[in-house]
Design a binder for this molecule. Structure first.
Ligand SMILES: Nc1ncnc2c1ncn2[C@@H]1O[C@H](COP(=O)(O)OP(=O)(O)OP(=O)(O)O)[C@@H](O)[C@H]1O
Ligand SMILES: [Mg+2]
Length: 223
């Protein structure tokens, strides 16, 4: 087992993952972590992954991506990210923070898109290999709140919604329920946070948890 710390953030669209990851990045930088920290997003994070991200985010009238193709594109991006970036960083004792990881596929493709969960799990295993996050922060929020945050973020530019954001509310209800079920199955890995709290409160909860769990994420030895 490597000596790195692997942290992921999960939750439905607009719940505040990127906001909290940026807070964590600033905190680790300010505190002068003596481990290198790597911040990644899924899909993406490698040259191949960023190309796949572009394909997945695209929305156009003639652009079709079946649920099966979508699953495989996410898996391809993750397979590359794990081998090119995550495993080497963890092997060097670093902190890796990932904006979405395996659980997003379990929930979005397996639960919300209703693909066979056995197939989704098998593909997840193949793509990600053995290493699982040490801790996963689930930012839990009613989907309508998250979506309205995401739309507000688009601002006056009125960016067109991406493919995922075009889904009906029932899809996001299924995503939320799927995440909460996963968290109940693995309570030692998941930390469920009420994402309707303020960004400051959430950042404090994340930091407190990491400090207690790893005896200060800035120290060079794992708990
Ligand atoms: N705790 C919070 N309370 C209120 N607004 C928030 C909170 N956290 C983030 N926001 C705002 O909500 C919007 C979405 O936040 P953010 O981009 O961090 O979400 P996300 O989970 O990364 O979304 P996506 O899944 O689309 O990447 C942003 O405009 C952000 O400023
Ligand atoms: Mg984000």
């Amino acid at each position: 087992m490597d000596r790195g710390i692997f942290i992921t953030f999960e939750g439905s669209d607009g719940c505040g993952k990127s906001t909290q990851i940026e807070r964590l990045r600033l905190r680790l930088t300010e505190d002068g972590a003596d481990r290198p920290a790597t911040f990644l997003r899924e899909p993406g994070g490698t040259p191949l992954g960023e190309e796949i991200r572009r394909l997945l985010k695209r929305s156009a009238p003639d652009w079709n991506v079946s649920a099966e193709a979508e699953l495989l594109l996410f898996a391809a991006s993750r397979a590359q990210l794990v081998r090119e970036t995550i495993l080497p960083a963890l092997a060097g004792g670093g902190i890796v923070v990932c904006d979405r990881f395996l659980d997003s596929t379990t929930v979005y493709q397996g639960v919300a898109r209703r693909l066979d969960p056995g197939v989704v799990n098998a593909i997840n295993q193949f793509a990600a290999g053995e290493r699982r996050p040490d801790v996963t922060f689930l930012l839990d929020l009613p989907p309508e709140v998250g979506l309205s945050r995401a739309y507000q973020r688009a601002g006056p530019l009125l960016l067109p919604p991406d493919r995922m954001e075009l889904e009906p509310l029932a899809f996001y209800e299924a995503v939320r329920a799927g995440y909460l079920r996963l968290a109940a199955l693995e309570p030692e890995r998941f930390v469920v946070l009420d994402a309707s709290r303020t960004p400051d409160e959430l950042a404090r909860l994340v930091w407190t948890h990491l400090t207690e769990r790893f005896h200060g994420p800035c120290t060079s030895h794992r708990a």
